[in-house]
Design a protein around this ligand. Structure first.
Ligand code: ATP
Length: 239
């Protein structure tokens, strides 16, 4: 369980998040939706420790009992406690090969994550045939696969995905959403999925949080958010 409590974040005079509260059940996908500037990326960056809040807290239940307060931990400790983020724009290193990018993901793993890298090549077969190619030469969908695979090499419990469908064709987006859903189940992940593609995210999420100008407009099941046509039209641009 991840619990976000009364979280507020500011960049100087810009109030990016105001009093945000919601919780995420383990083993589920929670979609974080909202227009440009709603505060979605800020929320993910605060969970992964890259941005420090003005007030409020984020806690993560430990598998062995008790909770860790992420908002009091260093970025390194947050990563080693099982939280991996795939940043917007994918964050793969264009000049490095597919294999080098994956090995980067395993830097903090015992044995460099060799076993998981082999699993990733089985799971994402287009990467296996391109392992010696530079990431710069991959298609948009393949780069997204690489970013996802690199995050998984760290064997996270919690995966934070920032707009994975950005710039992808509708068919590739549908495949990617299916992959995220399958991975969540097979690797027992808890996923927070930031998306402007509300329809795609709601099709695989169990829960959704809708942000508007840094505030939570609605936090409910994905089905309830999808059924709220006025909200979907006004805040999510869904016809
Ligand atoms: P998008 O969908 O466009 O990526 P978002 O919902 O992810 O938007 P954020 O990127 O979290 O929104 O931005 C929330 C607010 O904080 C916006 O008003 C943005 O301009 C501002 N902001 C974000 N990062 C910074 C920063 N480093 N310095 C100052 N203001 C920032």
């Amino acid at each position: 369980m991840i619990t976000v409590t009364n979280l507020s974040v500011a960049y100087g005079a810009v109030q990016a998040l105001s009093d945000v509260s919601f919780s995420v059940e383990p083993g589920t996908i929670t979609a974080v939706l909202g227009a440009n500037g709603a505060g979605k990326t800020t929320l993910l960056r605060t969970i992964s420790g890259l941005v420090r809040p003005q007030s409020g807290s984020i806690s993560l239940a430990n598998p062995t009992g008790g909770t860790s307060t992420l908002t009091k931990m260093s970025v390194e400790r947050i990563v080693t406690s099982g939280v991996s983020q795939v940043p917007e724009g994918r964050g793969v290193i264009a000049e490095m090969t597919v294999d080098e990018n994956l090995r980067l993901g395993g830097l903090w793993r015992h044995g460099g994550g060799k076993k998981v890298i082999a699993e990733m090549y089985e799971l994402f077969t287009p990467l296996a045939s391109r392992r010696k190619q530079r990431a710069a030469n991959l298609s948009g969908g393949e780069r997204q696969m690489l970013a996802l695979a690199r995050a998984l090499v760290a064997e996270p419990r919690v995966l934070l995905l920032d707009e994975p469908s950005l710039g992808l064709a509708p068919l590739v987006t549908r495949e990617l959403m299916g992959t995220i859903k399958d991975l969540t189940a097979s690797r027992e992940l808890t996923v927070i999925l930031v998306e402007q593609n509300a329809r795609g995210a709601l099709s695989i999420a169990e829960h959704a949080v809708v942000l508007y100008l840094g505030k939570v407009v609605l936090a409910d099941t994905a089905a309830a958010v999808s059924a709220d046509t006025e909200l979907a039209k006004y805040y999510l641009g869904m016809a």
